[in-house]
Design a protein around this ligand. Structure first.
Ligand code: F0G
Length: 459
């Protein structure tokens, strides 16, 4: 018998209380936070869907492993365990630990990048883009055509447009292309998976033009789940084998372990090329730490080593994908426009379609994150023109391609009743849809402005 209930494949061993709040309290909190949920305190939030990054609940096995942490400066036992675990997944010879994903990005992209260079990606994540642009390079997104259709049932809307990639490389000249970054799953492109067929086609182009292929593998276990589901060649392969095969296509991998490695802090960079490794090791030691800890405690290395195993467990991955889809499908059935099918780690709401009366320069996504918080204490993140908008020479906003809001689901943290509550909050959001207004920005920084920007409500 196939039961409908999504069974969380774990028991709760430790609890963290959630302090209840009222709508009028939340109105005050939001005002004090300048209408930017990043500026709220976490104890003002009931359900925190801001990110799936570093928010996982660790397992009893991970906590036990942490007690084994070897805090030696060099050559710690914990480093050896970490190195084995990372090599087991990636198959890469050279492994550089970093304190989180963006540190790996900074080390790699500041070296490969620089003025006059270009990077191509299925969609650059915000820290990826910021590191590339900070080096003076250009970051160009080449998402597949199917990704433009919110409702297209195509299962791999995270793919890269390989036809355009080949053309762009030829027009710009391969020597000017610093790297191609394939992000799995495609976080800024709706958390959609990338097929093995697409990864292979991207790798073929990169090899033909001698361009390094970087795999951003922070959600590679979730991506492997979708490859297993939808690419018949892989239905009898394990999730780990699928991930391993995808890594085998790349010249380098970056990973924020805060996602599929189920830890609260950590990351790494893996490389095939020995010479490049030597060059990057200098930067690692100067900015992160010695080669066998890279900004992490021995106990962190232990937790990652165990998390990298648990993140690929079939029961866990099945629950992970089904529980994320459960939220997406429930709110979609109420009439909330979402990117469909639902990806691995989050549900992406199309705030532009939800609020057609709010133009991009009034930030419809910001309006939705404020509504979700105000009405239900749910914290989500805008992934639209507040995050990715730019200004032209006249200071006019160049809007982002989409006005999205991401409801990212922390791993192994919330139960089905928490998620049912979020679904109910959307009833309130829909009821107030036509009275919802936009926002203007009153303070911003030149890079990654969404983290610290201040907003004011319009109307
Ligand atoms: N690459 C991708 C695809 C990411 O999603 C992230 C982080 C990073 C790199 C950077 O990793 O945070 O460890 O430095 N994403 C988080 C998010 C912040 O909310 O999606 P980091």
């Amino acid at each position: 018998m196939q039961f409908k209930t999504i069974f969380e494949p774990f028991r709760v061993k430790m609890v963290e209380p959630i302090r209840m709040t009222t709508e009028s309290e939340r109105n005050e909190f939001l005002k004090k936070a300048h209408y930017n949920p990043f500026l709220l305190n976490s104890d003002q939030v009931l359900i925190d869907l801001l990110t799936d990054s570093g928010t996982s609940a660790m397992s009893s096995r991970q906590w036990a492993a942490m007690m084994e942490g070897d805090e030696s400066y060099a050559g710690a036992r914990s480093w050896t365990r970490f190195e084995h675990a990372v090599r087991h997944v990636t198959g890469m010879p050279h492994i550089l630990p970093t304190h989180q994903g963006r540190a790996a990005e900074r080390i790699l992209y500041s070296h490969l990048g620089g003025p006059g260079k270009v990077f191509f990606s299925n969609t650059h994540f915000d820290t990826t883009r910021a590191n590339i642009e900070f080096s003076g390079s250009e970051a160009v997104d080449l998402p597949c055509l199917e990704s433009a259709d919110r409702e297209s049932p195509f299962p791999f809307k995270g793919n890269m447009d390989t036809e355009r990639l080949a053309k762009e490389v030829e027009t710009r000249g391969p020597a000017n292309v610093a790297a191609v970054v394939l992000t799995v799953t495609n976080n800024s492109g709706g958390g959609q998976p990338v097929s093995m067929a697409n990864a292979r086609a991207v790798a073929t182009i990169c090899h033909r033009f001698h361009i390094p292929l970087v795999l951003d593998m922070c959600r590679i276990a979730e991506n492997a789940y979708f490859v297993h589901q939808h690419e018949p060649e892989f239905e009898s392969k394990s999730y780990l084998e699928i991930a391993h095969e995808m890594c085998s296509l790349a010249d380098a991998c970056v990973m924020s372990a805060k996602k599929d490695a189920l830890v609260n802090m950590g990351g790494f960079l893996t490389l095939r090329d020995e010479k490049l490794t030597h060059e990057l090791t200098n930067l690692l030691i100067i900015t992160e730490g010695f080669t066998t800890y890279g900004g992490l405690a021995g106990r962190d290395l232990e937790a990652i080593a165990v998390g990298l195993e648990e993140g690929f467990e079939p029961d866990y991955l099945r629950y992970r994908a089904r529980s994320t889809a459960y939220l997406g499908e429930n709110i979609r059935a109420k009439g909330v426009p979402i990117i469909y099918p639902v990806g691995g780690h989050a549900v992406y709401v199309d705030a532009g379609a939800l609020y057609p009366h709010i133009p991009p320069h009034e930030y419809p996504g910001q309006a939705l994150v404020c509504e979700l918080y105000r009405l239900g204490g749910v914290r989500a993140v805008e992934i639209g023109s507040a995050m990715f908008g730019k200004y032209d020479a006249e200071g006019q906003l160049i809007p982002a391609a989409h006005e999205l809001v991401r409801l990212a689901i922390p791993r192994r943290v919330y139960t089905q009743s928490h998620i049912d509550y979020v679904s109910e909050v959307f009833d309130a959001v829909l009821a107030n849809r036509h009275n919802t207004h936009g926002f203007k920005i009153t303070f911003e920084q030149p890079f990654l402005r969404h983290f610290t920007a201040h907003f004011e409500p319009l109307g």
